[in-house]
Design a protein around this ligand. Structure first.
Ligand code: NAD
Length: 484
């Protein structure tokens, strides 16, 4: 089966920070793959800009190297790389200066879609927005794309929003959370709202609880100083996990459209109950066999930043009252595993005497590894010997079910950049959504800071601190195992 690709209209995309890590690893290889897939027209132009002093030829060489390192396997003809390079141009400029903006503007075409990707740290967002408008590089039809982290707390997020909205309307601003670009995350909506089967059961009456896990095996070595200022709550929960929770908990939107979906997600965030200290477990990975512990990587032996966080979260509305969402995320865990598991209630009455208690059905939406969806169901064990029950997975691993389509499926960044060009904001965070998420997160962080809370140490290659197991045990539940 070959994926269908709908080409976008031609465009000019400016990448401020075009020589940075994100541009090199994700944005430029992503655009190349979209060109190879026939989605990005050959007439599109990509203009890098940054304070690195390059000319067009040197930028093209920089991109050639980036493609050979990061473009991965592509279905491309031989001349594709050269064809892509001819679409590129470059302007050296320092965001804080006035030089270079006129040259940048002169490279843009008046009557095509125009987007500017802010692939730089957030401290530059306000200045870039002001310079783009002051030098008329952008107009009221242009789009801007901003990267995470979007603020450090509510106050800084509000400030960032105000700076951007001084220059652009909300419908011009695309705040990226690349989790929303993942195939399975969108599939969560397809499964819920494209089938009649699940939605009637998707509520507190039938769902016992929900588990959201984002487990990583990597540590923070190399970016410890940066990570130590954020921790798992700011780095993973406030944005990615919150988005997963919203898509899982939201009411059906009236249509699959930007504001309809984002209105429903916002209602979920606003319905989240404050989280009390007893429902939060924080951890830091320890050391084994000479492998450095978190505090070594953070460069601060007294660091109280969490590299693991587990929480019990209640959504206070009719649909979810009494059905908790347990979320956990951590670095240096046993396996790289991200999933959403919907644990349904047990059947109300067992007609099979002498059979062990059956577990309720579980619907697992796997983000990694092996993106896919599994439904665990009870069946009769095959063969003679009476009615014996067993549990089997109804498994849909996308790679198996969709074959070639998966191999060349756009990654999250590719998909989201094409959405920007199409003008579709559905998978981008709206300003009020980001602020509401911080408004919920801030008091939780403030509470553990006020209490001087120190994260518990956990074994590297385990599944987090003991207390995180207790978070569920005390409710008569258990976490799903972290494994590949
Ligand atoms: P980077 O430091 O590698 O690159 C920054 C780029 O900005 C460089 O091109 C640099 O020349 C340019 N720049 C810096 N100051 C400038 C100035 N005053 N004027 C003009 N250009 C200037 O950073 P990065 O890793 O590419 O990250 C960019 C943004 O993307 C950050 O907000 C980061 O948090 C976010 N992000 C990065 C990744 C990743 O994989 N690298 C992943 C998710 C989010």
């Amino acid at each position: 089966m070959v994926a269908t690709t709908i080409p976008v209209d031609t465009f000019d995309l400016v990448i401020i920070g075009g020589t940075g890590d994100l541009a090199r690893r994700k944005i430029l290889p992503g655009l190349f793959r979209r060109m190879c897939a026939g989605q990005m027209p050959d007439t599109a132009r990509v203009i890098g800009a940054s304070r690195t002093d390059l000319d067009q030829t040197a930028f093209q060489e920089f991109v050639r190297e980036a493609l050979s390192e990061f473009a991965g396997e592509t279905q491309c003809d031989e001349g594709a790389v050269d064809r892509f390079l001819t679409m590129l141009d470059y302007v050296p400029l320092d965001v804080f200066g006035d030089a270079g903006w006129k040259a940048l503007k002169s490279k843009l075409r008046p009557d095509v879609i125009r987007a500017v990707y802010f692939s730089v740290g957030p401290s530059l967002f306000g200045e870039i927005a002001r310079k783009l408008t002051a030098h008329k590089v952008t107009d009221e039809n242009s789009r801007i794309v901003v990267e995470k982290p979007f603020g450090h707390d509510l106050e800084t997020a509000q400030l960032l929003n105000a700076e951007l909205r001084d220059c652009f309307k909300e419908d011009q601003i695309y705040r990226i959370d690349h989790y929303l670009g993942k195939e399975t995350v969108q599939n969560l909506m397809a499964v819920r709202f494209g089938n009649a089967l699940f939605e009637p059961l998707w509520n507190a009456q039938h769902v016992d609880h929900v588990q959201i896990t984002v487990g990583e095996t990597v540590d923070v070595d190399g970016r410890g100083a940066y990570y130590d200022k954020s921790g798992a709550m700011r780095d993973m929960v406030q944005n990615h996990i919150m988005q997963l929770l919203c898509l899982c908990a939201m009411e059906p939107p009236s249509k699959y459209g930007a504001d309809a979906v984002r209105d429903e997600k916002l209602k979920v965030i606003r319905a989240l109950e404050p989280v009390s200290a007893k429902d939060v477990v924080r951890g830091q990975y320890g050391s084994d066999d000479g492998v450095a512990r978190y505090t070594d990587h953070a460069g601060d032996p007294k660091s109280k930043t969490e590299s693991f966080l587990a929480m019990k979260v209640n959504v206070a509305n009719w649909r979810w009252a009494g059905t908790p969402f347990y979320i956990r995320t951590g670095k240096r865990l046993r396996a790289r595993m991200s999933e959403i598991a919907i644990i349904f209630k047990d059947p109300p009455h067992s007609i099979f005497e002498g059979q062990p208690d059956r577990k309720g059905n579980v619907l697992i939406i796997r983000l990694q590894p092996d993106e896919g969806i599994t439904l665990r169901v009870t069946i009769k064990e095959p063969g003679p010997g009476g009615m014996r029950l067993t549990e089997v997975p109804l498994d849909m691993t996308f790679a198996e079910a969709l074959g070639d389509q998966v191999a060349f499926m756009p990654d999250a960044y590719e998909r989201l950049i094409m959405d920007v060009i199409r003008g579709d904001q559905t998978l981008f965070m709206r300003g009020d959504e980001v602020e509401a998420a911080w408004a919920w997160v801030d008091p939780i962080i403030q509470a553990w800071q006020a209490a001087g809370d120190t994260p518990a140490q956990y074994d590297p290659s385990g599944s987090g601190p003991e207390d995180s197991l207790m978070l569920l045990h005390r409710d008569g539940r258990r976490w799903r195992e972290i494994k590949t």
